[in-house]
Design a binder for this molecule. Structure first.
Ligand SMILES: C[S@@+](CC[C@H](N)C(=O)[O-])C[C@H]1O[C@@H](n2cnc3c(N)ncnc32)[C@H](O)[C@@H]1O
Length: 288
């Protein structure tokens, strides 16, 4: 991964923050391609489908933007970012108290986050994320987290060094719980926006129905294309990644597209049918 961080006097590159959560659709493998297609200097950076925030942490390490605006519609996720930003030492203390066992996992999983304070809520999310099956985030119709216990031998539940680096990277960053279309109110001409939405299913065998249930079906993808077009009209620089599917190709056919072949990692393999695993093709769309 190209890194523009300076070498210190000791000869070592300073450590860069990396995502503190594993998130389905995490962009770590696609980052080089995304970076190649980006302007060198960015004044305001917006990431409205934040998830694990892989591109944000990479850009923060490179000091590529002056101001960042991060948002997502998942309240647990946004709470965790705010706690890392503002209460990282309390969070580290809380994370150190967790125990890695099946019994403890299910007990904490059944706790209602609404009854916990913000630090305990963030700590619960990070614990579940590091110990659950494949680092998935999935809730049932009542909004309860329902991913089973994972089979990790010795998961790193509390990576204090990285959490502190993340807190540093998040200093002065705007973090909001909101839907992606709220960006139309805050983006200004020349701002850079990166959209990494829940991907459109590649084929009918791809069981991405969890996304459909969560409300990100074709209607939302079309709405996203309208928001993309409106931002382009405002003279913002907009980049989007999505699946290489007929529906998405048709939707964005008037823009610049780059096709990409990406190997699927375990976290992306939310599809239980092995035939749909292996490699997915993605596209990167830009208006500039
Ligand atoms: C593919 S993930 C993003 C991955 C992320 N960029 C990364 O590098 O890990 C998609 C994210 O979109 C969020 N999301 C779903 N519907 C949304 C909406 N209507 N507005 C904003 N965020 C939404 C989900 O909570 C999820 O975190």
């Amino acid at each position: 991964m190209p890194s523009k961080s300076k070498i210190t006097q000791s000869g070592e590159a300073p450590k860069q923050a990396k995502p503190f959560l594993k998130w389905v659709g995490g962009k770590r493998q696609l980052i080089d391609e995304l970076l190649k297609g980006m302007p060198e200097k960015i004044s305001s950076y917006h990431e409205p489908f934040l998830g694990g925030g892989a591109l944000f942490f990479e850009l923060a390490g490179q000091k590529r933007f002056k101001k960042a605006y991060l948002s997502d519609l998942n309240p647990e996720l946004i709470n965790a970012y705010v706690v890392v930003q503002t209460k990282v030492e309390e969070l580290i203390k809380s994370l150190k108290k967790h125990v890695h066992s099946k019994e403890y996992y299910y007990r904490l999983r059944s706790a209602d986050p609404k009854n916990l304070d913000e630090v305990a809520r963030a700590s619960r999310l990070i614990y579940l994320n590091k110990t659950c099956y494949n680092g998935l985030y999935r809730v049932n119709s009542k909004g309860q987290f329902n991913v089973p216990f994972g089979s990790y031998k010795n998961p790193k539940i509390c990576d204090e060094e990285n959490l502190r680096l993340c807190a540093e990277a998040l200093k002065g960053v705007s973090i909001r719980l909101q839907s992606f279309d709220a960006i139309l109110r805050s983006a200004k001409p020349k701002d850079f926006i990166y959209f990494d939405p829940p991907y459109h299913p590649v084929s009918s065998t791809a069981n991405f129905s969890a996304y459909e249930k969560s409300g990100f079906g074709e209607t939302e993808q079309r709405k996203l294309k309208d928001v993309f077009a409106e931002l382009a009209h405002k003279k913002c620089l907009v980049m989007l990644s999505n699946s290489y599917s007929d529906f998405i190709l048709e939707l964005f056919k008037h823009y610049r597209m780059k096709k990409q072949l990406q190997k699927v990692n375990a976290t992306r393999a939310i599809n239980s049918k092995s035939s749909a695993r292996g490699a997915v093709r993605e596209i990167i769309v830009r208006n500039y």
